[in-house]
Design a protein around this ligand. Structure first.
Ligand SMILES: *[C@@H]1O[C@H](CO)[C@@H](O)[C@H](O)[C@H]1NC(C)=O
Ligand SMILES: *[C@@H]1O[C@H](CO)[C@@H](O)[C@H](O)[C@H]1NC(C)=O
Length: 387
């Protein structure tokens, strides 16, 4: 009798423990932050993707944007529930016009990860393609997006992954006041069919917005409180009467206006990059850890409040912060290498003061190890009980 009941009670306790662990993971997942982060890797000193995966889980960041489809990263995050935007670099965009090439790219870089359980919700075809003057690249953007979208269908993945691109704010010809938002005349001919594609496929419009650039260019006239989301009287758009207390929302609404002026009211605008550098060259005004911390901290708070912009108050702003790490190999002014929330060793560059979301990397590894140990114990007791 005793011999017969013992294994089943052991099995029951093992199952209970396993359930407790799974429940704990559910709770962790339920508390995920709404903010996304850009995980750029133009550096030679970054931690391994596995360590980055622990870091992001400890921060409860569950939305990550890549500039490629690095298989090491996608593999390291398997089972974490983290949602990915993956990218096709500008240098590969012209080749993607060929449907066969687009399909081969998806078969190599996306399909295997989706089948393994990765969450890839969006592919950006190129980044800031209209910022430069590469006309070959610009002309191939939309055909490449079509090919990628079609190939998703061929592979049975239609509806699972959005296909879009990320624009620089330079595509705007006018952005102030927001009600006067209009695309640059040079980009309009490209954008018309592009917007039709987004509308037909229900994909979002992605824009990279840096109020820092506006401040840096004209620190005497651009109010710091307005760009840093600090309390201020704001500015009222004379045409709509809407009040803006920060530049980012004004920029997003200018994009909504420009899209609407081209006949679309159904396209969702997301901020695919925004950030503030903690260091810069002597002529890069405002690039300090204090300002960067204020910008990111205030932005995080507003995102967690699920705020919309004045023009779309019911649509919570959807933002990917740039960037996870300082990237030491980025060319350009010093600010370019200092947008990170973290140093490569996992230390936060500044404290954004949000319920201790930025612990040192060693702590997050410890937490993960404890969870793994609990799972192992639970699995061992189940195995033992069933044996
Ligand atoms: C873009 O314009 C710059 C000068 O404004 C020039 O140096 C560069 O070669 C051009 N690039 C392309 C791809 O045409
Ligand atoms: C695609 O983008 C739209 C608009 O932002 C969004 O509603 C939808 O959930 C996205 N699809 C996926 C698979 O994430």
């Amino acid at each position: 009798m005793a011999a017969a009941t013992q294994p089943s009670s052991r099995a029951a306790s093992g199952v209970l423990l396993l359930l407790a662990v799974l429940l704990a993971e559910q709770v962790l997942a339920a508390e995920a932050l709404s903010i996304g982060v850009n995980y750029g890797q133009i550096a030679n000193n970054l931690p391994s993707p596995a360590r980055v995966s622990s870091l992001l889980r400890s921060l409860k960041i569950s939305k990550v944007k890549l500039y490629d489809a690095d298989p090491r990263v996608l593999h390291a995050f398997l089972g974490t529930g983290v949602e990915f935007v993956v990218g096709i670099g500008n240098e590969h965009v012209p080749a993607m016009v060929s449907p066969a090439t687009a399909q081969a790219w998806l078969q190599q870089h996306v399909a295997p990860h989706l089948h393994a359980g990765a969450r890839i919700t969006c592919i950006t075809v190129g980044n800031e393609v209209f910022k430069g003057n590469d006309t070959v690249l610009q002309a191939s953007l939309l055909p490449a997006m079509h090919s990628v979208h079609q190939a998703l269908g061929t592979l049975g993945l239609q509806g699972r992954v959005n296909v879009t691109t990320a624009h620089s704010l330079d595509i705007m010809g006018a952005s102030y006041p927001p009600s006067a938002g209009a695309f640059h005349p040079g980009a309009v001919s490209h954008l018309r069919p592009f917007l039709s594609f987004l509308s037909a496929t229900r994909a979002p419009f992605l824009i990279n917005c840096y109020p820092f650039f506006a401040y840096k260019d004209d620190p005497a006239r651009v109010p710091l409180d307005y760009v840093l989301f600090q309390p201020n009287a704001g500015v009222t758009d004379p045409n709509t009467g809407l009040n803006y207390d920060n530049m980012l929302y004004a920029q997003v609404d200018a994009v909504y206006t420009a899209i609407q002026a081209m006949g679309h009211t159904d396209i969702h605008v997301k901020v695919s990059e925004t950030g503030w550098p903690s260091r810069g060259d002597p002529d890069e005004h405002g690039a300090t850890p204090e300002h960067a911390g204020t910008y990111i901290g205030n932005l995080l708070r507003r995102i967690e409040m699920k705020q919309g912009t004045p023009l779309r108050p019911a649509v919570p702003i959807d933002v990917y912060v740039f960037a996870l790490f300082n990237e030491n190999l980025k060319p350009g002014p010093a600010s370019e290498r200092n947008y990170g929330l973290f140093y490569p060793d996992g230390r936060p560059v500044y404290n954004v003061g949000l319920r201790g979301y930025l612990p040192p990397m060693a702590d997050s590894q410890g937490t993960r190890q404890v969870i793994h140990l609990l799972i192992l114990i639970a699995m061992a007791s189940v195995a033992f009980a069933l044996s």
